[in-house]
Design a protein around this ligand. Structure first.
Ligand code: BEZ
Ligand code: MG
Length: 573
């Protein structure tokens, strides 16, 4: 290996370490009624202060530090950091100062934090003070906690004050917790901010595909969820509109009810065909948005543009040449049958009730092949079954994608990510006869990034499942903590089953950390033998289904552990 190559490799490794280190990792479960501890609070406040808060009239701390140190804009530093060592060390310096100031604030108060920034980064006190004044209010709300009292009041049938549903970093006005979470007016989305934020993410998504595959994806399969679009005021929806190359238009009542095409000269790229699978919750909460998305596809399909620059029109024309009706050819918004929710792919995987991966793909389509929107005559489709239309639309998909908008829940924390994004990816793979590129974005950080699924699985594994800080945090919760560790392993397995996206080392290190380490195994089995057993069984299943290449000796040990856990459980029962 040349020394240049070696240096590049070391730098890349270093980047990955920093990325893991900087991830905000929940270090335990939330206990109802219990406020966060000071270290968590400092982490949370640092994240909150890393964004401009125009509503409070304060600027982001990293920007203030950049100004104080006479550096270029923080955004520019973030952009160059992956390629340039000088920018990287600047970023580290800025982030270090910001973190330290948050700790000063939590431990010693506003004056100390303001003084710290003045001394260490020349940030004028009249600029830092308003930031910490804002953080004081948020910090107070983080330390008072009415959750138990609200729960009791709710159980007594008393009135609970409403509060918005959002991510705390995105919108600190969700505090105090313990309120009655409400959604948003569906006609208000996508908000102007969401539409603006979605543009660079949609662009990065397409750039990433071009870099890896050499061309734009002709069609992308999207997953849209309800809660996410409440939290972000429609960022996922806005990304879909950008991919199609249309902008939302508000009517006289300020409701988003129309779209207009962004001219191709401005867009400077083809319009991408999007196949949308929306959750049942999204369908219920965002009925006008479902109509808007359907209308957007129909509008784009009818534009008089070349098939090279308008993939929706191209695909619809192909379908019509193939003797399909326009209304069938243009269907792109799919969800469950009315009154139904979920894909059930997660249940099938968790219960090991499948033999072939095709079964998972077919289950996804069976659950999700119901069309929403309006036909050319203006009649509501009302969720009628459209399996053929969905199969044909999925067969053209080259990439699948979901927007992740929160630090709190990642792709191995719950089984819903693999049931949806994994489910659609497997459905595409079996219909297109080729595995799609699978992407996720991380829209909440300042340097919003698009990652492949494989990268995201590695990052989540390193940051959570195999991170002692994470699993020790879980183990403090005893029985439930072991169940959480097992959940992560099973959810990771879900990404093998639906997308073959898990490296062998992940299972190897899970086995070494939680099963083959005797002291750890003893802890797990004394806290929760059932989950310990489920974890070991899942590892054996990963091998049995061909997702984990491992030596016979390790397997033998795991089988022994499994039978000794069986004995223990039977003795307990
Ligand atoms: C949703 O918000 O749409 C959703 C929430 C949990 C699981 C799946 C979807
Ligand atoms: Mg493999």
């Amino acid at each position: 290996m040349t020394s240049e190559k070696r240096d590049a490799r070391v730098l890349n490794l270093y980047d990955q370490l920093i990325e893991i280190e900087q991830r905000l990792i929940p270090t335990g479960l939330h206990i109802l009624g219990q406020p966060s501890d000071p270290a968590e609070r400092a982490d949370m406040l640092r994240m909150i202060a890393s964004f401009d808060r125009p509503e409070a009239g304060v600027r982001a701390l990293p920007d203030l530090v950049c100004d104080g140190l006479g550096l270029e804009r923080y955004e520019e530093i973030l952009r160059s950091a992956p390629r340039d060592e000088v920018s990287r060390s600047k970023q580290q310096r800025i982030d270090g100062i910001v973190s330290e100031s948050a700790r000063e604030f939590v431990n010693k108060g506003t004056d100390a934090a303001v003084k710290f920034l003045e001394t260490n980064a020349n940030v004028p006190s009249d600029q830092a003070a308003p930031v910490f004044a804002m953080l004081e209010g948020i910090s107070r709300q983080l330390t008072t906690n009415n959750e138990l009292e609200s729960l009791l009041r709710a159980l007594r049938g008393e009135y609970i004050e409403p509060g918005p549903g959002a991510d705390i970093v995105q919108n600190p006005s969700i505090l105090p917790t313990g309120r009655n979470t409400h959604a948003i007016n569906p006609y208000s989305i996508p908000s102007t901010v969401a539409f603006a934020r979605a543009e660079p993410i949609a662009r990065s998504l397409l750039e990433r595909h071009v870099a890896e595959k050499g061309s734009y994806p002709r069609a992308i399969g999207l997953v849209l969820w309800g809660l996410d679009n409440i939290k972000t005021h429609g960022e996922g929806v806005a990304q879909a509109l950008w991919l199609l190359g249309v902008r939302p238009v508000r009517d006289a009542l300020n409701r988003v009810t129309e779209v207009v095409p962004i001219p191709l000269e401005k867009l400077k790229r083809p319009r991408i065909d999007v196949v949308m699978t929306v959750s049942g919750i999204f369908r219920d909460l965002f009925s006008p948005t479902v109509q808007l998305l359907d209308k957007a596809v129909r509008t784009v399909a009818l534009l008089d543009e070349s098939p090279e620059m308008n993939y929706v029109r191209r695909h619809v024309s192909e379908e019509i040449q193939d003797h399909r009706e326009f209304d069938e050819a243009v269907t792109r918004v799919f969800s469950n049958a009315p009154g139904n929710y979920g894909t059930n792919v997660n249940f099938m995987v968790m219960d090991s009730q499948w033999e072939r991966e095709d079964t998972l793909a077919d289950l996804f389509v069976t659950r999700k092949c119901f069309a929403y929107g309006r036909d050319s005559a203006g009649r509501s489709l009302d969720g009628q079954e459209a399996r053929v239309a969905m199969d044909r639309a999925l067969a053209r998909v080259e990439a699948t994608y979901q927007n992740i908008d929160t630090f709190e829940i990642g792709i191995t924390d719950v089984d819903h990510y693999f049931e949806y994004l994994g489910g659609i990816s497997k459905a595409v793979e079996t219909r297109a006869q080729e595995r799609p590129s699978i992407y996720l974005s991380d829209s909440l950080s300042r340097d919003a990034r698009v990652r492949t699924l494989e990268e995201t699985v590695r990052l989540e594994t390193r940051a959570k499942t195999l991170n002692p800080k994470w699993y020790e945090g879980m183990l403090k919760h005893g029985f439930r903590g072991v169940a959480e560790i097992e959940n992560h392993v099973s959810n990771t397995f879900g990404w093998s089953a639906t997308a073959d996206a898990v490296d062998d080392w992940v299972y190897t290190e899970v086995a070494e950390t939680f099963a083959l380490d005797e002291a750890m195994l003893d802890r797990l089995r004394s806290l929760n033998p059932h989950s310990a057993q489920a974890l070991v069984t899942r590892l054996l299943e990963a091998h049995g289904r061909g997702y984990w290449d491992v030596d016979e000796e390790t397997l033998e040990k795991l089988r022994d552990i499994s039978s000794s856990l069986d004995d223990q459980i039977e003795g307990v029962a």
